[in-house]
Design a protein around this ligand. Structure first.
Ligand code: IVH
Length: 690
C-alpha cells in the first residue's frame, strides 16, 4: 500500500469505528458484531503502531487508554468556571425568583431546570468538530489538561457528526454510575483493598490517574449541560441543549422547561423522590433563566451568575444515639468496628448500624458511647457516621475502648505498620475466617458450588464434617444424608435443620462438578489476600501450574506484569504456611485442576440480540451476567430503546426501566427465563450442528 492508501485506510477505519461506538454507547444500537468491531479495532491499532504519525487525534483506539501522563499541563479557561449560589428552601427559591423578576423588570421569562449531577465538572474544547482538549475546573480560572483520560469516556464524542462553529466549549459533569461504583467496591473488598468513599471522589481520583488504561477500565460517563462560544449562536439555553443533543452529546433526559417558580417547585418535588432511580448521583436541581438575552441582562456577581441558582436536596442525614460498638471479623481477619444505633429512618430505610471503618476513624470523630451522632448515607450506599453533637453529650457517656482481642476467637489482634485496620491473625481456626474462606471458595467466580449456602457450611462445621474447603471433597452421601444441625437466625432464634436425600445428592453433584473448574478460578478460590480474580488469572497464565506458583520467589512474582510487592508478599506468606500447603495438596489429590488449560472458544448463541440488564440476581453478579451475554455474542446496552430485544430484570429494578420496556413492548426476562433462553439457544445450536 502507498502512504496515501494507508492514510485513507486509517481514516476510513477511524470513521467507521467511531460511528459504531456512537451507535452503541449513545443509541444502544449495533450494526456489527463485537467480533467484527474488535477485528477492525485491532487492524487500526496495528496500522497506528506501524505509522504513528498517521494516527488521527479522534482515533477510537484512545478509548482504551494506553497513555501515561506524569504531570498534567495547566490550562487557562477562556470563560471562567464559576459556581452556583445555593438555596435550601422554597422561600429562598422564591426570593431568587423575585430578584430575577426585579432585575428583568418583567414577569415574562422562563426557567430551564436540570438536575445537579454530583460528579466532577469538565470543560471540553471542540475545534473544527474535533475534541481538542478536556480540562478540569481547577480553581475556576485554570485547570489541568486531562485530555487523554477524557477520551476514554465513551459517550464523549471525539469527532462530531455534523460540522459546526469552528471553536466552542461544552461543559458538563463526569460521573461514575452508582451501579459501577458498588461493583468496584465489591471487587476491592474481595481483593482485600479498602473500599472507596463515594462515586464522586472516585471519579475525581480516576480523572487524575496517570495511566489512561486504568481510567478506561473505570467506565466513567459524562452529562453535558453548557454550551459556550464567542458568537451569540442561540437565543435560549433550551436551544443550545437541543443542539448538543443533535451533535451527539450525552444529555440527561431529566430536564424541563418551567414557566413559573411554582412549576420549578413541582419539578423539585418530583425529582427529590425519583432521583434514586437514576444511574447518577444528584444532590439538587439547577434552575437557569432560559433566555440568553435575559441571562446577559442579569449578569454575574463576583462568584455566581445572577441568572441561575441551585436548590440542594435535603441532606440525607439523620441524628440518632450511638448505643454501642460491635466488631465484625471479615474473611481475611480484618476487624471493622460497627456503630450500633438507635434505629432511625433515613432516605427510605431504617438504619440501625453504620460502619466506623477502623480505630483511626473513631479517634478522628472523637465519638463516645451515648453520643448523639449524625448518620449519612455515604454515596447513598453504606450509612456512615459523619459527626458528633458534643453539646448533647450525656453525663454517663464514655470513651470507646478499642478491643485488643478478636471477638470471635479471643486471639490478640495485630495492626501492621502503616495500616489502619486491625487483623485477627488466627487464620486457621477463627470461625468467621474459616467460614468466610469456604464461602469465598464456593462462590460463583471461584469453584461455583452453588448448592452449598452459608447455613449448610455452618452445619458441616458445627458437626466437624469439615474444617476447611479441601474437606468438602471428602464428604460422602452417608455422612451428609439426614444430617441434623442447629442454625441461629438473624433475630437470634434457634432453628433445627436437616439435609434430605435430594439435597445431599445435589450437594455432592455440584462438588463433583467443581473439579472441572479451570485452574485460575481454583487459584482465586484459595482466598490468598490481594489475589482477586484478575490477579489469579495473571498468575495462572504466567506460572501455569500450582507448583510453580508456590515455589516462585518474590522476584519471580513481581516480574509478572502488573503484580506488585504487596501481592507477591501475600502469595509468599500464604505458601510459607504448612497448613495451606497441606490443604492445596489435598485439593490436588482430590482431582481439582491445578494446571492451566487452553481456553475454550466462546459461543454465539445470543448473537444479534441486545440486552439491558438491571437489578440484583441470585445466581449471578451483574457483571458476570453481562459477560456471559457478551461471551455468547449478545450486546449490552445501558438504556432501553426500541432496539433492545430483552430486559433481564433482577430484584429491586427501578420502576422507570420496567415501565419503559413495557411501553415499548420489549420482552422482560426474570432470571429463570433468562437461563431458559440460554439453555434453549444452546440446545438449538447443538441440534443445528448435529
Ligand atoms: S450549570 C455558573 N448545570 O454544579 C455555573 N452545573 O456549583 C454553571 N453542576 O461547577 C453551572 N449539575 O460542576 C450546571 N445541570 C448542571 C449541573 C451543574 C452539576 C455542578 C457543576 C458546577 C457546580 C456549580
Amino acid at each position: 500500500m502507498s502512504q496515501e492508501q494507508i492514510k485513507e485506510q486509517i481514516k476510513s477505519l477511524t470513521d467507521e469505528l467511531n460511528y459504531h461506538n456512537h451507535l452503541y454507547y449513545q443509541k444502544s444500537q449495533s450494526e456489527i458484531s463485537d467480533y467484527e468491531f474488535d477485528q477492525k479495532l485491532k487492524e487500526l491499532e496495528k496500522l497506528e503502531a506501524e505509522y504513528p504519525d498517521l494516527k488521527l487525534s479522534y482515533s477510537p483506539t484512545s478509548r482504551v487508554g494506553g497513555t501515561i501522563t506524569k504531570d498534567f499541563e495547566t490550562v487557562f479557561h477562556k470563560y471562567p468556571m464559576l459556581s452556583l449560589g445555593n438555596t435550601y428552601s422554597f422561600e429562598e427559591l422564591e426570593d431568587f425568583d423575585t430578584r430575577v423578576k426585579k432585575g428583568l423588570g418583567t414577569d415574562d421569562y422562563e426557567y430551564f431546570c436540570e438536575l445537579k449531577f454530583d460528579g466532577v465538572a469538565i470543560s471540553l474544547i471542540y475545534e473544527n468538530g474535533m475534541l481538542k482538549r478536556g480540562v478540569t475546573r481547577g480553581d475556576g480560572t485554570k485547570g489541568d489538561d486531562i485530555t487523554n483520560n477524557v477520551k476514554t469516556i465513551r459517550t464523549i464524542p471525539l469527532k462530531l457528526e455534523k460540522s459546526t462553529s469552528d471553536l466552542f466549549e461544552v461543559r458538563g459533569e463526569v460521573f461514575m454510575a452508582k451501579e459501577l461504583f458498588i461493583e468496584l467496591n465489591e471487587s476491592r473488598i474481595r481483593e482485600g483493598e479498602a473500599p472507596l468513599a463515594n462515586p464522586r471522589n472516585t471519579t475525581s481520583g480516576t480523572l487524575k490517574m496517570q495511566d489512561s488504561k486504568v481510567v478506561a477500565s473505570r467506565k466513567l460517563n459524562c452529562y453535558l449541560y453548557t454550551y459556550l462560544d464567542d458568537n451569540e449562536t442561540f437565543k435560549t439555553h433550551e436551544e443550545s441543549i437541543h443542539f448538543l443533543e443533535d451533535m451527539g452529546f450525552n444529555i440527561s433526559q431529566t430536564y424541563q422547561k418551567c414557566t413559573s417558580i411554582k412549576e420549578v417547585i413541582d419539578y423539585i418535588n418530583k425529582w427529590e423522590e425519583e432521583r434514586h432511580t437514576l444511574e447518577v448521583e444528584t444532590d439538587g436541581v439547577v434552575i437557569k433563566v432560559n433566555s440568553i438575552d435575559h441571562q446577559s441582562e442579569l449578569g454575574f456577581t463576583a462568584k455566581n451568575p445572577r441568572w441561575a441558582i441551585s436548590y440542594k436536596f435535603k441532606a440525607e442525614s439523620a441524628s440518632t444515639t450511638l448505643k454501642d460498638i460491635s466488631y465484625q471479623v471479615g474473611r481475611t481477619g480484618a476487624i471493622t468496628p460497627v456503630a450500633e444505633l438507635e434505629p432511625v429512618f433515613l432516605a427510605g430505610t431504617t438504619v440501625k448500624r453504620a460502619s466506623l471503618h477502623n480505630a483511626n476513624e473513631i479517634e478522628r470523630l472523637g465519638v463516645q458511647i451515648g453520643d448523639t451522632v449524625s448518620v449519612e448515607k455515604g454515596g447513598e450506599i453504606i450509612p456512615k457516621i459523619t459527626g458528633v453533637d458534643l453539646s448533647a453529650r450525656p453525663d454517663d457517656s464514655h470513651p470507646i475502648q478499642y478491643i485488643e482481642r478478636c471477638p470471635e476467637c479471643n486471639t490478640l489482634l495485630v495492626r501492621a505498620e502503616g495500616e489502619a485496620q486491625h487483623y485477627c491473625p488466627n487464620q486457621q481456626s477463627c470461625p468467621p475466617q474459616v467460614l468466610g474462606r469456604i464461602e469465598h471458595f464456593i462462590s460463583r467466580n471461584a469453584l461455583d458450588i452453588e448448592t452449598l449456602g452459608p447455613r449448610t457450611i455452618k452445619g458441616f462445621l458445627s458437626k466437624n464434617l469439615i474444617s476447611n474447603y479441601s474437606d468438602l471433597y471428602h464428604l460422602t452421601y452417608d455422612r451428609i444424608n439426614d444430617l441434623q444441625f442447629e442454625d441461629v437466625e438473624d433475630n437470634g432464634e434457634v432453628v433445627k435443620r436437616s439435609i434430605k436425600e435430594k439435597t445431599a445428592n445435589n450437594i455432592l453433584d455440584s462438588i463433583q462438578r467443581s473439579k472441572e473448574i479451570p485452574f485460575e478460578r481454583v487459584l482465586f478460590g484459595l482466598g490468598i489476600r490481594f489475589v482477586g480474580k484478575t490477579v489469579a488469572e495473571k498468575l495462572a497464565e504466567h506460572f501455569k501450574t500450582i507448583d510453580h506458583v508456590r515455589n516462585a520467589t518474590f522476584e519471580e512474582i513481581i516480574a509478572v506484569h502488573e503484580i506488585g510487592d504487596r501481592i507477591a508478599e501475600s502469595v509468599i506468606s500464604f505458601f510459607s504456611n504448612p497448613k495451606n500447603n497441606e490443604i492445596v495438596d489435598s485439593l490436588k489429590s482430590s482431582g481439582l485442576k491445578m494446571e492451566i488449560m487452553e481456553k475454550e472458544g466462546a459461543g454465539d448463541s445470543l448473537k444479534g440480540l441486545t440486552f439491558v440488564v438491571s437489578g440484583v440476581f441470585e445466581g449471578y453478579g451483574r457483571n458476570d451476567l453481562k459477560n456471559l451475554i457478551k461471551s455468547q455474542g449478545g450486546k449490552i446496552a445501558s438504556s432501553i430503546s426500541s432496539k433492545t430485544n430483552y430486559l433481564v430484570a433482577g430484584a429491586n429494578m427501578g420502576p422507570a426501566k420496567k415501565e419503559k420496556a413495557e411501553n415499548l413492548g420489549i420482552a422482560i426476562l426474570d432470571e429463570d427465563a433468562f437461563n431458559q433462553l440460554l439453555e434453549n439457544d444452546k440446545n438449538r445450536i447443538t441440534e443445528q450442528k448435529m
